[in-house]
Design a protein around this ligand. Structure first.
Ligand code: ATP
Ligand code: MG
Length: 530
């Protein structure tokens, strides 16, 4: 809209269930599944053992488990359940049972330390924890019961038939909180994000309506993304709504992933950027039959244009679709749909139906036209309710008229494709100019002798800050600092030049593929400047 400088997708709006109807996100997904021609399909496959769960078993397990949690364990609506587990096939069953009961799920990264877990627990105050035999030790010894989801007791709760419970016994308003998901803590401390059933319904319905009607069999979706992260959490709902077969992989390892694609004829994989790059570089890719693969979805962190181009050359029949979103938007807010859109290299796709967006000049607050860079603001039905117990952070991020500040510098092109430049907080200020580390990182990664790179601001008396490149060389490479400086200097405007280089063995990254700049800053900046 040229007057308000608001961007909106022009596809016809998708029909959402009326907000006033009591409905949990799980019930919606299960009812769409029951009405599907693929209602007898396989719901879950454990990639390690090959164990399969059909959709009729999934529906039964969910109901049995909900019944046991309600009647035997005594959980009530609005209780908080903490979950700390790697990806197992019992995790989506647990999520569905808890969501159907109106219990708020608070899932954490199983690789977190005990201290980090204690902090999350102090934010979310659960009444019960679900863990595995390997992760239970991380939980602080407090006065709440812990149930092991890899135990025979849990299995019998799923198996045991209970006659005295129906999901409709619990009335769940769509605006009730469904989950407290944690932001990745990339730019500061981790925040508890309150997401409602309506938020999850709002992200699931557009996916459901965009599914290809002409498919002869349901998509087989491999999960390399963790269930505790917003993408994994939401995908577990979306998979059921779309009757997909989900291949669940506990611990990611490239060979195991490629083997699983071959063995289970996987058609769709959602992955973080480092996995795309690993797939591209690995010669192992040639050892496996990957012809079943149709679609690779990638998001959560930037993926270099060169990597996208090389990936499409190496796997010409696979659609590499980028998506963009935040925990605060319940996952995907922009995505590339279909082969045409996915070929917009460098773009993260177009707004999901029913979203609005603005590009706002961070200095003046004025909305900008296509082609201009500024902070992306988003408004739509999947924007969070707020941060848990942090009214200051909530009011700084989410305005009363529904606009959410993403903290990302972006621009739209004339056709509504979004390009992410970098995070506002990460921009390097060189003599008053702004330099985006992501642009320099992509250039560095395109050097044949550079495997990976990250750029951070280094304090400088004259310029304020200068870009420092942390570079991982290929084995046996003798690339030196002067060559790196020269390589970049030839490709960018003078104010963007890299001014310092350090060579390191690997770039620290989160499971979603985000560069952990905090760690690089700790190691490479003078202590007084941290
Ligand atoms: P915190 O808010 O705690 O600092 P975080 O922002 O990394 O952590 P998430 O909600 O997991 O936590 O990630 C959202 C962010 O990830 C976005 O704001 C954006 O910076 C980045 N992001 C997501 N998708 C993409 C993408 N396709 N390309 C570039 N960046 C992306
Ligand atoms: Mg964030």
């Amino acid at each position: 809209c040229p007057e308000t400088k608001t961007f909106r997708d022009l596809r016809p709006p998708v029909p959402f269930p009326s907000e006033t109807v009591p409905l949990s996100a799980a019930s919606l997904a299960l009812s769409l599944q029951s009405a599907s021609p693929w209602r007898d399909a396989t719901a879950l496959i454990d990639s390690a053992t090959g164990h399969r769960v059909s959709y009729s078993e999934f529906q039964r397990f969910t109901r049995n488990l909900a019944s046991a949690l309600r009647t035997t364990v005594g959980l009530c609506k609005n209780d908080v359940a903490f979950v700390i587990s790697p990806n197992l096939i019992s995790v989506p069953v647990l999520y569905f049972a808890l969501l159907s009961l109106g219990i708020i799920i608070s899932p954490a990264n199983p690789l977190s330390t005990s201290e980090e877990i204690s902090r999350l627990i102090s934010i979310s105050t659960p009444v019960i924890a679900f863990a595995t035999s390997a992760t239970a030790d991380k939980l602080p010894k407090l006065k709440y019961p812990t149930i092991l989801i890899d135990s025979p007791e849990f299995e019998s709760m799923m198996e045991r038939k209970s006659l005295d419970f129906e999901f409709r016994d619990v009335e769940i308003s769509q605006n009730d909180v469904a989950a407290i998901l944690y932001s990745s803590g990339t730019t500061g401390k981790v925040k508890g994000v309150l997401l409602t059933h309506r938020n999850f319904i709002a992200v699931t319905v557009p996916y459901y309506h965009s599914q290809q009607q002409e498919r002869l069999f349901p998509p087989v979706m491999l999960y390399t993304i963790p269930y505790f992260h917003v993408f994994g959490f939401f995908f577990s709902l979306k998979s059921v709504a779309m009757s997909e077969t989900a291949v669940v992989m506990g611990r990611f390892e490239l060979r195991r992933m490629l083997r699983a694609v071959q063995e289970y004829k996987v058609t769709h994989v959602a992955m973080a950027p480092p996995v795309v790059v690993a797939m591209l570089n690995a010669i192992e890719s040639e050892d496996y039959d990957l012809r079943s693969l149709e679609w690779v979805g990638c998001g959560g962190a930037p993926l270099g244009k060169d990597s996208i181009k090389s990936f499409t050359e190496k796997f010409p029949t696979v659609i590499l679709a980028q998506g963009y979103g935040l925990t605060e938007t319940t996952g995907v807010a922009c995505r590339a749909m279909g082969p045409e859109e996915s070929r917009r290299w460098g773009s993260v796709g177009r707004l999901v139906e029913s979203y609005e967006a603005k590009i706002v000049d961070p200095e003046t607050g004025i909305a900008l036209p296509p082609g201009k860079q500024g902070e992306l603001w988003i408004r739509g039905p999947s924007v969070m309710k707020g941060y848990l117990d942090d009214s200051k952070a909530t009011s700084e991020t989410l305005f009363s008229d529904g606009w959410l500040r993403t903290g990302d510098v972006c621009y739209f092109d004339n056709e509504g494709f979004l390009f992410v430049v970098d995070r506002l907080k990460e921009l390097i200020k060189y003599k008053g100019y702004q330099v985006a580390p992501a642009e320099l990182e992509q250039l560095l990664q395109s050097h044949p002798e550079i495997v990976d790179a990250a750029v951070i601001p280094y304090p400088d008396e004259e310029a304020g800050q200068v870009p420092l490149a942390c570079v991982v060389r290929r084995p046996q490479s003798s690339l030196d600092e002067a060559q790196v400086l020269d390589f970049i200097a030839k490709r960018v405007a003078p104010y963007k030049k890299v001014r310092r280089v350090v060579f390191i063995s690997s770039i620290p990254k989160s499971p979603a593929g985000k560069i952990l700049r905090k760690e690089l800053r700790k190691n490479w900046l003078p202590e007084s400047k941290l």
